[in-house]
Design a protein around this ligand. Structure first.
Ligand SMILES: Nc1ncnc2c1ncn2[C@@H]1O[C@H](COP(=O)(O)OP(=O)(O)O)[C@@H](O)[C@H]1O
Ligand SMILES: [Mg+2]
Length: 429
């Protein structure tokens, strides 16, 4: 490993022969890149022939098992073609159930129809989570209304006024989709939604389509906003394994080389994705990564073991993302849990709290209270990186036992990258 790094860095200073000698030592005589370069440059046996179709931003024009949803959304929004303001609409359901795909598909089709009729209606799609702040959401609305907005320096009220005045001056009406609208409301409240559902635009109007993955989102809304936002609702149920198979086949036929995937692999991807809840994004990711793994191996077709490898890769990626984004105290708690379990100590709430305090002391960090840590433990449980169960101690009452759900080495590898915490792991791996 080290030899490899040195070699790359100081490449220019080696003679070709010496490099070959190093290759020989590491790989038993083969140039590790040669086969990869040959395969990629000649594109031998590609499995993925249309990469674009497997990317997450791709909006398919045919959505199996969503005809009813497309009709429902279409029926509400198509009044734009008669120049009538559509009712506001709320779409909800778990992740990967096709909400974004259905909404974007209907927007694409209706905006074509609207421009053919020469009507002044704009369809605007904003992903609130990606936009990040209320300011940026407003900036996107302004951009759609043809107002240039500086990055900062203008108040939100002023942005809203500019959007309104430009829209009414140009006599334009808007259908605005706020995707992942819960992200906006959680951080910034529902004022913007309130304003948009109340205020007019001269002769024009604004209709809203809200989308949320969070089924409890509605509880966060002011009742007035809720009642106007959900004038109409469409609920998206998780896909069944059979539905996922159809979706996967449909995409595989367009994106993969014929003969490179069989029904066994498609069914496996569908079943694995349906195991938690029928999430089409998971299923498609699994198919894409399996195809990449198989391609990298130089295989003729995707086999079930490629899918298993792909699943491991995706899962590790997910775990890494979750753990890397935890705040410091949650990481210390997580560390306390994994270290005690590795050492074979009992992992009740009490013990974990004591170890957590010791770690904090070593780090010179003020520990949080017992209760606060208990909340952090519940959050880690919800994220699936530990599991809690209640155990009864007879008349001494009940306590929580906390168990790791991921291999110690995997967690150690991620937490070990954090210089603050790596010291606690040194003698354990
Ligand atoms: N019925 C379907 N047919 C084909 N692809 C679908 C279907 N439903 C979802 N997808 C695809 O699955 C992924 C997740 O769907 P998406 O609409 O983003 O889900 P949601 O917005 O509900 O989380 C996207 O890549 C989308 O293109
Ligand atoms: Mg979505």
């Amino acid at each position: 490993m080290i030899k490899w790094r040195i070699m790359v860095k100081t490449n220019n200073y080696y003679h070709h022969d010496e490099i070959t000698v190093l290759y020989r030592k590491e790989t038993g005589g083969e140039d590790p890149l040669e086969e990869i370069i040959r395969r990629h440059s000649q594109n031998i046996n590609p499995i993925i022939i249309k990469h674009d179709l497997l990317r997450s931003e791709y909006v398919p024009s045919f959505l199996p098992h969503r005809a009813q949803h497309i009709k429902a959304v279409g029926n509400v929004l198509a009044t734009v073609l008669k120049a009538v303001k559509p009712s506001n609409l709320f779409l909800y359901g778990k992740t990967g159930t096709g909400k974004t795909a259905v909404c974007r598909h209907v927007f694409n089709r209706l905006s074509e129809a609207v421009s053919e009729k020469g009507l002044n209606v704009k369809f605007v799609y904003v992903n609130c989570r990606l936009a990040g702040t209320e300011y940026r959401v407003l900036a996107e609305l302004c951009a759609a209304a043809g107002v240039n907005v500086p990055f900062t320096g203008v108040s939100k009220g002023e942005l809203f006024r500019r959007f309104q005045s430009n829209a009414s001056r140009s006599n334009t009406s808007f259908v605005i989709c706020f995707d992942e609208v819960d992200a906006l409301v959680k951080d910034f409240g529902d004022d913007l939604l309130y304003e948009l559902t109340r205020s007019g635009l001269g002769n024009g109007w604004v209709s809203l389509v809200g989308i949320s993955n969070d089924l409890l989102f509605k509880d966060m809304l002011d009742p007035r906003v809720l009642s106007s936002l959900s004038e109409e609702e469409v609920v998206f149920q998780p896909y069944t394994a059979t539905e996922l198979s159809d979706i996967l086949w449909n995409r595989a036929e367009a994106a993969l080389r014929p003969g490179s995937v069989g029904d066994d692999v498609i069914k496996l991807c569908a079943a694995l994705a349906a195991a938690e809840h029928g999430d089409a994004r998971r299923a498609l990711d699994l198919l894409r990564v399996s195809a990449e793994v198989a391609e990298r191996e130089g295989a003729e077709k995707i086999e079930e073991h490629h899918v298993r490898t792909a699943q491991g890769l995706i899962e590790r990626g997910r775990v890494k993302e979750v753990i890397s984004s935890l705040p410091l105290h949650s990481r210390i708690v997580l560390l306390a849990i994994y270290v005690s379990s590795k050492k074979g100590l009992e992992t009740t709430s009490g013990t974990i709290y004591n170890i957590y305090r010791e770690f904090c002391a070593t780090l010179g960090v003020e520990p949080l209270t017992d209760r606060r840590v208990s909340t952090l433990v519940s959050e880690l449980d919800m994220l699936g990186i530990i599991a809690c169960d209640l155990v009864s101690y007879g008349r001494h009452g009940r306590t929580r036992r906390i168990k790791p759900t991921i291999a110690f080495d995997e967690v150690a590898e991620i937490l070990g990258k954090d210089d603050t915490l790596s010291g606690f792991l040194d003698d354990l791996s």
